[in-house]
Design a protein around this ligand. Structure first.
Ligand code: PLP
Ligand code: COI
Length: 356
């Protein structure tokens, strides 16, 4: 087992690619920093983590993650303050969620303090890759996959844990149009919807593609039994302001990803004294409120998506338009605070940021 005094091998690149980056026009997720962290699990224990130059992997064709999907990931961001400090947003929560995903997928758990420490180490090595432009960040992708070269169905005995980072621009450049999905299902009760596991995203692609063909950027998933309750969107949790109250689906079923951005929005709104309700939300209730003009704001919340205003909501062939983004006091205030906080320009009242 990894002990508290983490040893790590570091092999730095002699050939940095940083000069080739177009810092003004960064797409999301296509530019990769110079290094990656790799740590292998075998014989019931984790080996020594290694940071080495970013490179392709060579895999056995029977690598079990490819066939059976034991594969989990996290998404986090690092930003730089004007003083040059590097800040991570609530990395302890990603560490915890990664451990919970591991457990659900029969994968070995990485102690949370070690996960956070490894994230800090790789970010530190590539800290020059953190963009300075407003709204841009260094996206951090920790992930783990099963590596047994074996064709039978069982939890793998060996795994690889890795982290790479990408300087990124915005994920959604415009407010999004979403469709309330009533046929396809993202997650079933008792399934793996709560885990951040690869197959959840694969399963969502076909319904999302059909939604795209109808002009929607994303779907709002509903429960898999009756399609009666709102769950979340494909890359973010969803939140609404109805009759002046912030409402968002509760996470007590195991079908919704426990979003760190959403949790932060809820905690912040409560801190600011706003009325917040986390509970079951019916589609009917939202559609009625839309018809009556009582939904003053709707937005997605996620690490990549940040606070993503929802412009239009589609349901059974009708398109409901939300108020203009400029008029949305709550999400604009939340978005401004979170953006400022991440670059050290707002007071960290709830003690969320950690320095690298
Ligand atoms: N829901 C899904 C399906 C996601 O992929 C994400 C992104 O990570 C979220 C919600 C938002 O979670 P977080 O705020 O922790 O990034
Ligand atoms: C994230 O927000 O970090 C996610 O994992 C969403 C991803 C699909 C880009």
């Amino acid at each position: 087992m990894l002990d508290e005094t983490l040893s790590i091998k570091i092999n730095k690149t002699q050939n940095s690619k940083i000069k080739n980056v177009d810092w003004e026009n960064l797409p999301f997720g296509k530019v990769f920093s110079d290094h990656m962290l790799v740590m292998n699990y075998a014989d019931g224990q984790w080996g020594i983590p290694e940071i080495r130059p970013f490179e392709s992997l060579s895999l056995h064709p029977a690598t079990s993650a490819i066939h059976y999907g034991q594969s989990i990931f996290e998404g986090m961001k690092a930003n730089r303050t004007d003083e040059g400090d590097v800040l991570l947003f609530r990395p302890d929560m990603n560490a915890k969620r990664f451990a919970e995903s591991s457990e659900r997928m029969c994968m070995p758990v990485i102690p949370e303090a070690i996960f956070t420490d490894l994230v800090k180490k790789i970010v530190d090595i590539d800290r020059d890759w953190i963009p300075n432009k407003e709204g841009y960040s260094l996206y951090i992708r920790p992930f783990m996959f099963a590596t047994d070269d074996f064709i039978g169905i069982k939890p793998s005995d060996t795994y690889t844990f890795m982290i790479f980072t990408c300087p990124v621009g915005v994920y959604y450049s415009d407010p999004v149009n979403v469709k309330i999905e009533e046929h396809y299902t993202r997650a079933a009760y008792g399934g793996v919807g709560r885990a951040k596991t690869a197959g959840n995203y694969a399963a969502s692609l076909y319904p999302a593609k059909k939604g795209n063909e109808e002009g929607f950027h994303q779907l709002i998933w509903t429960d898999g039994i009756e399609h009666k309750y709102i769950e979340e969107s494909g890359t973010m949790n969803v939140m609404f302001i109805v009759d002046g109250k912030l409402i968002t689906p509760a996470e007590d079923s195991d079908t919704i990803l426990k979003g760190i951005t959403k949790r932060s929005v809820v905690e912040l709104a409560e801190h600011w004294g706003l009325a917040v309700e986390e509970r079951k939300i019916t589609v009917e209730e939202i559609v009625e409120a839309l018809k009556e003009g009582r939904v003053t704001d709707a937005f997605g919340a996620g690490t990549a998506a940040t606070i993503a205003p929802i412009a239009k909501i589609g349901f059974r062939g009708e398109l409901y338009e939300l108020p203009s983004v400029g008029s949305r006091e709550v999400s604009n205030k939340i978005s401004r605070y979170l953006n400022d906080l991440k670059v050290g320009k707002a007071e960290d009242v709830l003690n969320w940021c950690q320095s690298v």
